[in-house]
Design a binder for this molecule. Structure first.
Ligand SMILES: NC(=O)C1=CN([C@@H]2O[C@H](COP(=O)(O)OP(=O)(O)OC[C@H]3O[C@@H](n4cnc5c(N)ncnc54)[C@H](OP(=O)(O)O)[C@@H]3O)[C@@H](O)[C@H]2O)C=CC1
Ligand SMILES: CC(=O)C(=O)O
Ligand SMILES: [Mg+2]
Length: 543
């Protein structure tokens, strides 16, 4: 460990005013700090007080990123202890705005940038990263950042944010986490015209050039970190996402958060919602607005769970699920022009153009928004759902808040307080006619930290759908009666580390049962083991 001035500038070891008198003597810090000695609690109190002075969420984001660069343990202590308050800052919605403005708020680079310029040298570039023992990589190419579209190299905010949740929510060591942005250019003309844009200033490379860069990256990752490193694909556009996932899922430990993590969190919410609305999964009918990664990923996992529960073949259970894309309801007559991931959902039906007409024709019990387009669950749509169902389940998954299909207030008001509602980005509780409704957050942040922890503690070598189902069930099992009374279908984030440990344990158990674990022998108590592996943000004493 370094000492003196360098120690104060080392975010992994710096404690700021919390260095004790002895530590100040032993590590050449005398005079470099003001005389006061604070404990970590007082530092936390002071920082939260300072953060709350900023009215603009982006300023809070910038202050938090500064803290992460200055004093990592304190950053994570704040995030863990104030998760409900700070999650909307380091994650959706504020992280979306941060990515949009990344060029101008950019101070010190975070994460690893791998651009076309690094082609042929990716293995060396990985060696420039200061850490060797990497367990999780979150990688984006920036083409579909939340529902904000192509933000090119500025998408880096997403892997950085996701990995800070891996640590805060799932307990992975920060030094084991590597955020990566692959820069193959951008098709965002505004960024290409921006003199301060930080990425490659040309249109996106596609086809063979793209595939070769990704192949080099995936090979270099395995060479450098071994086959048990988890690679989480994040916010790729769907024309690459499905292909990358299927290409690498038989050779690497890969997971696509937008397809698989989202599927797992939504299935969990639906399983929990059944306690409020009654019936089995197969008794329900689903309609999606948006048939991309999130929509078809969720649809497939729901169909799989239904098939396991009823023993009916997947082809049958899929028929309970309908999707609408930008051209209308996905129906059989469109099959010839549909992308492969939409084809299983092309059921027999006459063409329907508008969502409202699809709601009336299909009569769903569950409506799921996954199109990335805001304000699409109109009053008419919510009212139609309410006229069809005593308690319509309405999930507005699109992020950030600006892209949400409707607000919580709209969902409760238009449904006259009858909707079971959750959204991808958080909304405050709503008071409707004297009753307080608390909307849940249907976001993959509930799943990926615990899911990843489960894979890592078991030494998983491959991801399997049954592990996603195990995660869904583990999360749904943690919704308490008190939560249900408020209309919640997810437990609050306050206890997320405990929730993640329970998810990790169920996922790890599945990994062992499937014979895909390499950490042997299997620990007896997997929950306890998961908790014991979690990173602590408390300071250590330095001699
Ligand atoms: N809550 C959560 O945890 C998560 C939320 N999301 C959010 O979901 C959204 C979508 O993500 P993803 O699935 O990856 O994106 P994709 O680009 O893969 O899919 C978007 C889908 O929406 C359809 N669509 C676009 N515009 C319209 C429209 N006006 N009317 C009807 N359908 C439309 C597209 O149709 P077409 O195919 O015809 O172009 C496509 O099928 C994003 O906002 C993202 O932030 C994503 C992952 C997790
Ligand atoms: C939450 C998330 O992964 C997304 O909106 O893309
Ligand atoms: Mg995502």
């Amino acid at each position: 460990m370094c000492s003196g001035y360098t120690l104060l500038r080392d975010p992994h070891h710096n404690k700021g005013l919390a260095f004790t008198e002895n530590e100040r003597d032993a590590h050449y810090l005398r005079g470099l700090l003001p005389p006061a000695v604070f404990n970590q609690e007082l530092q936390e109190k002071r920082l939260m007080h300072n953060l709350r002075q900023y009215d603009v969420p982006l300023h809070r984001y910038m202050a938090l990123m500064d803290l992460q660069e200055r004093n990592e343990k304190l950053f994570y202590k704040l995030l863990i202890d104030n998760v409900e308050e700070l999650l909307p800052i380091v994650y959706t919605p504020t992280v979306g705005e941060a990515c949009q403005k990344y060029g101008s708020i950019f101070k010190r680079p975070q994460g690893l940038y791998i651009s076309l310029k690094e082609k042929g040298k990716i293995s060396e570039v990985l060696k420039n990263w200061p850490e060797r023992n990497i367990q999780v990589i979150v990688v984006t190419d920036g083409e579909r950042i939340l529902g904000l579209g192509d933000l090119g190299c500025q998408g880096m905010g997403i892997p950085v944010g996701k990995l800070s949740l891996y640590t805060a929510l799932g307990g992975l060591r920060p030094s084991a986490c590597l955020p990566v942005t692959i820069d193959v250019g951008t098709n965002n003309q505004k960024l290409l015209n921006d003199e301060f844009y930080i990425g490659l200033k040309h249109k996106r490379a596609t086809g063979q050039e793209y595939a070769e860069l990704l192949e080099e990256f995936m090979t270099a990752v395995k060479q450098n970190y071994g086959e048990k490193v988890l690679v989480q694909f994040e916010d790729f556009a769907n024309h690459n996402a499905f292909e990358l996932l299927s290409k690498y899922s038989s050779s690497h430990l890969v997971f696509n958060d937008d397809i698989q993590g989202t599927a797992s969190v939504v299935l969990s919410g639906v399983i929990a919602a059944l306690k409020l609305v009654g019936g089995k999964l197969a008794d329900h009918k689903f309609l999606f607005l948006g048939a991309g990664e999130a929509g078809t990923g969720i649809a497939e996992l729901i169909a799989l769970e239904m098939s396991k529960q009823t023993k009916a073949p997947l082809e049958e259970t899929r028929k309970k699920i309908w999707l609408v894309d930008s051209k209308g309801l996905i129906v059989r007559s469109r099959i010839g022009s549909l992308q492969h991931f939409k084809q299983p959902w092309a059921h027999e039906h006459e063409p329907v153009k508008e969502l409202i007409d699809a709601v009336k024709a299909i009569k769903p019990t569950v409506l799921i928004g996954s199109s990335g387009v805001g304000k699409t669950f109109t009053k008419e749509v919510v009212e139609a759902m309410t006229s069809l169902n005593e308690k319509p389940i309405i999930l507005a998954l699109s992020n950030p808040t600006s892209q949400s299909e409707c607000t919580a207030e709209e969902a409760y008001t238009w449904s006259k307080g009858r909707a079971i509602f959750a959204s991808g980005s958080p909304f405050d509780p709503v008071n409707y006619e004297g009753e307080v409704f608390v909307p849940g957050q249907s976001n993959n942040a509930y799943i990926f930290p615990g899911f990843g922890l489960g894979l890592i503690i078991s030494g998983a070598i491959r991801v399997h759908d049954d592990m996603l189902l195990a995660a869904s069930e583990a999360l749904a099992a943690q919704v308490s009666e008190k939560n249900y009374e408020k209309g919640l279908i997810y437990p609050p984030f306050t206890n997320i580390r405990k929730i993640s440990a329970n998810i990790a344990a169920k996922v790890a158990a599945k990994v062992y049962d499937l014979g895909l674990a390499s950490h042997l022998p299997r620990p007896k108590d997997l929950v306890q083991y998961a908790e014991s592996c979690m990173y602590s943000p408390l300071y250590r004493k330095y001699r």
